[in-house]
Design a protein around this ligand. Structure first.
Ligand code: AMP
Ligand code: GLY
Length: 402
């Protein structure tokens, strides 16, 4: 079958890379793609998705980022009878609006932090009195992972009221380990992918501002089978049932002493979680995705390697603020065997690949155990250079303590 992937970041590079290795897939197309993706599929400049699908005879479309989902690409495709993996615009609001998502969770009884939804500064000031410190403030709409402020003091909370846009959710701060629990759904049931963990802060030791994600690892030991079943029973299944959800349902969980609590839902795969997950996937990705699009998903369609895998994001100077672009990247072809460099913010200029975004590359490797995958991924990172590159040295390190 011919598959189209919508998007052009590291997540889409990883999706296309795995699809290229799927026996069921004959052609991989990506729009808009990026210079790294050119090595695994044909990239098409951004244009009307339906037109691309009809002119190329695409059999299945997979949507990477949230924006086209929120804009209704799945509704459009379904109305034309074109198979696509992703949720409807109505269901995409689970990610597109934090206020909607929190109210929905409250209504169907999914565990989540206590919250207040506010639309004005006066309401926000009133609400802040009902929460202890630290307190979490979240802007309602899509913000590429940058719409959340964790205020340690009353002053920081008040300052956040002028930094973040209204409407806003104010919520209780939860403590624990975060887990990205991503489930492929077909409208009736969900099959979980392996657990993974993102590293959201810019600096080692979880210091500094939040980013879109500076690295992720996947290891089956992140969550045992009893807890996975509990998350499926108390969080995923109620959502799938209430919404007939199809596509990727990503529950960002905080594992609190009282049990798993949902920090957020995303309606797509995570970036960078997709990179290590695709490295661990062993079964035919094209077959699993087609089954999800057709409402015929089965657990046995997703098979995983036991080897842990890690993605280290190399970001541009300045990220997560305004990032420097146009720096030449060297060493891309010198990484050790087994490591894969997924491109995110890159551009081709003549014979060079240069930086063109905040998150530039996702260097990814697996290993026989977590320490081995850490050693391998950093051996690859050490080969790659561009001016001002920022990356964390501790991706996956917390997993060693388990
Ligand atoms: P979100 O976009 O809602 O996932 O928030 C981004 C990040 O902020 C999360 O991955 C957490 O690290 C942190 N965060 C969000 N909500 C909370 C909360 N209620 N308690 C503690 N940390 C949170
Ligand atoms: N890595 C976090 C996200 O994709 O939202």
């Amino acid at each position: 079958m011919k598959v189209l992937v919508i998007g052009g970041g590291g997540r889409e590079h990883a999706l296309a890379w795995r699809l290229r290795q799927s026996p069921s897939v004959t052609e991989v197309h990506v729009t808009p793609g990026n210079p790294g993706i050119e090595s695994v599929g044909t990239c098409h400049a951004k244009s009307d998705y339906v037109q691309i699908v009809q002119s190329l005879g695409i059999d299945l479309t997979v949507v990477g980022p949230e924006a086209p989902l929120v804009a209704g690409v799945v509704d459009k495709f379904r109305s034309l009878g074109l198979p696509i993996v992703g949720p409807t615009a109505e269901n995409a609001a689970l990610e597109g609006s934090k206020v909607h998502s929190k109210r929905f969770m409250e209504r169907i009884g999914v565990p989540t932090a206590r919250f207040a939804a506010v639309t004005t500064e006066t309401e926000a000031r009133d609400a802040l009195r009902q929460f202890l410190l630290p307190v979490v403030l979240k802007t309602d709409g899509l913000a590429a992972g940058k719409g959340v402020i964790i205020a340690q003091t009353k002053q920081e909370a008040e300052a956040a009221l002028s930094t973040l846009a209204f409407p806003m959710v104010i919520e209780e701060f939860l403590e624990g380990e975060e887990v990205s629990f991503i489930v492929l759904c077909d409208g009736k049931r969900g099959v979980p992918l392996e657990p993974s963990q993102d590293h959201k802060r810019i600096f080692d030791g979880d210091q500094g501002p939040n980013t879109g994600g500076m690295g992720a690892y996947s290891d089956s030991r992140i969550m045992g089978s009893a807890m996975r079943q509990q998350v499926m029973d108390t969080i995923i299944e109620p959502v799938v049932k209430a919404t007939a959800f199809s596509g990727f349902l990503y529950a960002g969980l905080m594992m609190t002493p009282q049990g798993p609590s949902v920090l957020e839902f995303n309606v797509r795969m995570g970036d960078p979680e997709t990179q290590p997950l695709m490295m661990r996937l062993e079964s035919d990705w094209g077959v699993a995705l087609m089954a999800a699009a057709q409402g015929e998903l089965k657990p046995e369609l997703l098979q995983w390697s036991p080897e842990p895998s890690i993605c280290v994001v190399m970001a541009a100077a300045g990220y997560p603020g305004a990032s420097q672009t146009g720096q030449t990247i060297s060493g891309l072809n010198d990484v050790p065997n087994g490591a894969v460099v997924f491109h995110a913010g890159t551009k081709r200029v003549g014979d060079d690949i240069v930086t063109a975004g905040g998150r530039v590359l996702g260097v990814t490797s697996s290993g026989v155990d977590l320490q081995d995958s850490i050693d391998r991924v950093y051996a690859a990172v050490d080969r790659i250079h561009f001016e001002g590159a920022q990356y964390r040295r501790d991706i996956g390190a917390k997993g060693l303590l388990k």
